[in-house]
Design a protein around this ligand. Sequence first.
Ligand code: KG4
Ligand code: ZN
Length: 349
Amino acid sequence: MLLLGIETSCDDTATALVRDGRDVLASVSTNQDAFHAKYGGIVPEIASRQHVALLSAAIEDALDRARVPMEALDGIAVTYGPGLIGSLVVGVASAKALAFALAKPLYAVNHLHGHIFAAFLDRPETPPYPFLALLVSGGHSQLVEVHSATDMRVIGRTRDDAAGEAYDKTARLLGLGYPGGPAIDRLAHGGNPRAFAFPRHRPDKGTLDLSFSGLKTSVRYFLESQAGRDAQAADPQRFASDVAASFQAAVVDVLLARVNAAFERKDYRAIVLSGGVAANSALQAAFQSWSARRGVQAFVPPARYCTDNAAMIAAAAFYQREIARADPLTLGADPNLPFELAQPAESMR
Ligand code: KG4
Ligand code: ZN
C-alpha cells in the first residue's frame, strides 16, 4: 500500500511516499526557519503563505525522488490537526483536491499520532504492543500508553510548557536563534551538565504529569543574577555552554524519571521516543542507556523522523486505515483536534 503523506501543521512543508507504513521511498521537508528566525518564533501568517508557495513543488519532488507516477498511489494521507489553522488548511485542501481528482482514498491523521508512528519507519521490526511513548515536541509533552494503532491513552501530560517550548525559551534567554532545541543541543556539547543545579520539578507524587515552566524561570533568574559576574565575564562562551548543558541535564532527568515511574506501575514491552525534542542527543543517549540497564526495547527514530515530517503521517494512516478514511468533499482542518481517536468525517461536520 503506497501512500503520499502531507504534513503542514506548523512551519515545515513536508511530503513523503511510504510503502506499507514502513518503507520510506522519499521524504521531503522544506524548512521555513529562515523566514521566521528574525521574529524569534513562528509567525502563523507567514507559515501558511509559505505552505501555499511550497507545497505543490514538495509533492512533485517526493514523487520524482521515489520515481513513482501519481497514478501508482493507493491513497493520500494528511495531517488535519492539531496545529495552526492557517497552515493545516493548506495541506488539507491540497490532499482533498488530489484525492478527489485521482479518485483515491483520503486518510485524515492526527499529527500527534503521526509522531508515535515515526518509530515504525525504516526498520525491520515494529514496536511490540503495549508500549509506552514519550512524545516531546514544541507544542506537546505527554506519556502515551499504546495498546494498538487505534487504542492510545494519554497517562501524563505537561501542566504548563512543552519540553520543546522550554528549549526554545531558554535558547532565547541565551541569545541563541530559533528553533532553540538544536542550538542548545550543539552548545551543550562543550559544557558541564553538573556546573549548575537547576530544579527537577515533578508535580505531586502519584501523577505522571510534567512541568517545565519552573525550570525555564529558574534559568532566567540565574542568568539575571550572574550577568557581569566572574564566571560569566571571564569566559562567556564556556558559561553559556555550561548553562545549556545543565538545563539539558534537568530536562533529561525529569523525562527519565517520569518514564521510569510509568514502568514501575506497568510492564510495557517497549519505550518509544518521539517528537522534535526526541532528536536531542543527550535525551537519546540517556534513554539508550536507561533501556539497556532495564532490559527494555527502545525505539528512537533518527532525528529526521523525530521532527515534523510527512513519512510519519503516511505511516500512521497505514496503521489506522480502518478508521482514518475521510471524505474528500467534507474533511476540514481541526486546530484543536483532541488526542483521542475520532472518526474524521464526524468530527468535521
Ligand atoms: O515535533 P516538532 O518538529 O514540531 C512540533 O510538533 O512541535 O518539534 C519542534 C520542537 C522545537 O521546540 C525544537 O526546538 C525542538 O523540537 N527540537 C529539539 C531538537 N530538535 C528540535 N529540542 C532539543 N534538541 C534537539 N536536537
Ligand atoms: Zn510535531
